[in-house]
Design a protein around this ligand. Structure first.
Ligand code: GLA
Length: 399
């Protein structure tokens, strides 16, 4: 039988933490699983329903097994996992490499094998593994390896999401510890500045990402609008669109953080945009990289352009105006991106799927402050390219 990768493309799902923090229970989870299907998230490729911290009971059972808070989950975690599976979705849970979770609940240090086995028996498909309350003098990296091995030993395919906050450069070791995604930063909050700070920390990590192992700049705050557990003023819908475009071009896991039971039409349109998701889920699995990294334009204001090669030979390009002051004319020169023979390209707007025409040598577009545009550049077939180049050469010289 052919070996199936657990995360051939960046994982897509929803997690309780950003909006609900500790205020979770089985009704919320069931309602959210229902919403996942009803609102078209499942159809758009989202798969995992993940319970974050504070599902645990205060004490482990006599045989040392983790168990759930029976007030919040009276029907039990296995029944919830069954429900999620019955909708054709996958079920995720949370634990921590230390003695306690970040919210002070019992965690997996010293219980790695038994906890992994328990999760497998409950029907868990995804484990987010946090980094709080590590015993003094115990290095973090071997703790992730230990859980990675314990999960593999269960024989159940369980996606391992290492939440080590980027402390020990996890991009360099987490894949070999068995992780399929690894947090590269501290926690996101619902603000433009938080998103920008996190974005800068992704530069230089691109080569570590690929099928079955992804840099994780944390969960999405799209659609939170200043409400919920990581509230911090919120963003506009246009800024959330930029956030989603960035996570898509960076091949980041797409873990939704808003209340999916009551998404606005705008939020839903962002989170389910087929063009952007196809870039994120492209099977080549290359993380996009910045072209104009930290570059400063003529009047001293920085802007950024990202490129991500796609499996079909085309290139996704994101043009972002990160400045807050005025509209910019952003230019993508073929020389600056991975278009080796500099053929004319068919340009498609990935957000609207609109054909923007054929461009030669460069593409340019005006971008409003805190806005962005994502396009796909598809080099014309050689014959057509020659004809188009001949035409544009005539135009260029005005003859
Ligand atoms: C840490 C993680 C968060 C969340 C909380 C839960 O802060 O980074 O994503 O899981 O713990 O307590």
């Amino acid at each position: 039988m052919k070996h199936q990768l657990i995360a051939p493309t960046p994982p897509m799902g929803w997690n309780t933490w950003n909006t609900f923090g500790p205020n979770i229970d089985e009704n919320l989870l069931r309602e959210s699983a229902d919403a996942f299907v009803r609102e078209g998230l499942k159809e758009s490729g989202y798969q995992y329903i993940v319970i974050d911290d504070v599902w645990e009971a205060d004490r482990q059972t006599a045989d040392g097994r983790l168990t759930w808070d029976t007030e919040k989950f009276p029907s039990g975690i296995p029944a919830l996992a069954d429900y999620v599976h019955s909708l054709g979705l996958k079920f995720g849970i949370y634990s921590c490499a230390g003695i306690r979770t970040c919210a002070g609940k019992p965690a997996s240090y010293g219980y790695e094998e038994v906890d992994a086995q328990t999760f497998a028996e409950w029907g868990v498909d995804f484990l987010k593994y946090d980094y709080c309350y590590r015993p003094l003098g115990v290095a973090g990296v071997p703790l992730y390896r230990r859980m990675g091995q314990a999960l593999r030993a269960t024989g159940r395919p369980i996606l391992f999401s290492a939440c080590e906050w980027g402390h020990n450069n996890p991009a360099t070791w987490a894949r070999s510890a068995g992780a399929h995604m690894w947090r590269t930063t501290g926690d996101i909050v619902d603000s433009w500045d938080s998103m920008m700070g996190i974005l800068r920390l992704q530069d230089g990590l691109e080569d570590y990402a690929g099928p079955n192992g992804w840099n994780d700049p944390d969960m999405l705050v799209v659609g939170m609008h200043g409400r919920g557990n990581v509230a911090d003023g919120g963003m506009t819908d246009t800024e959330y669109k930029v956030h989603f475009m960035l996570w898509c071009i960076l091949a980041s896991p797409l873990m939704i953080g808003c209340d999916i039971r009551s998404m606005s039409a705008e939020t839903k349109a962002i989170l389910t945009n087929p063009g952007l998701i196809s870039v994120n889920q492209d099977p080549l699995g290359v993380q996009g990289r910045s072209l104009s990294k930290g570059e400063v334009d003529w009047d001293g204001t920085a802007y950024q352009i990202y490129q991500k090669p796609l499996a079909d030979g085309s290139i996704a390009v994101g043009l972002f105006n990160f400045t807050g002051d005025r509209k910019r004319q952003l230019v993508v020169p073929w020389d600056g991106i991975a278009l080796h023979d500099r053929r004319p390209c068919q340009v498609t707007d990935l957000w609207t799927n609109q054909n923007l025409g054929v461009y030669d040598r460069y593409f340019e577009a005006p971008v409003e402050p805190h806005d962005g545009l994502m396009v796909k550049l598809t080099p014309l077939p050689l014959g057509e390219a020659r004809q188009s180049r001949a035409k544009s050469d005539i135009n260029d010289c005005g003859c």
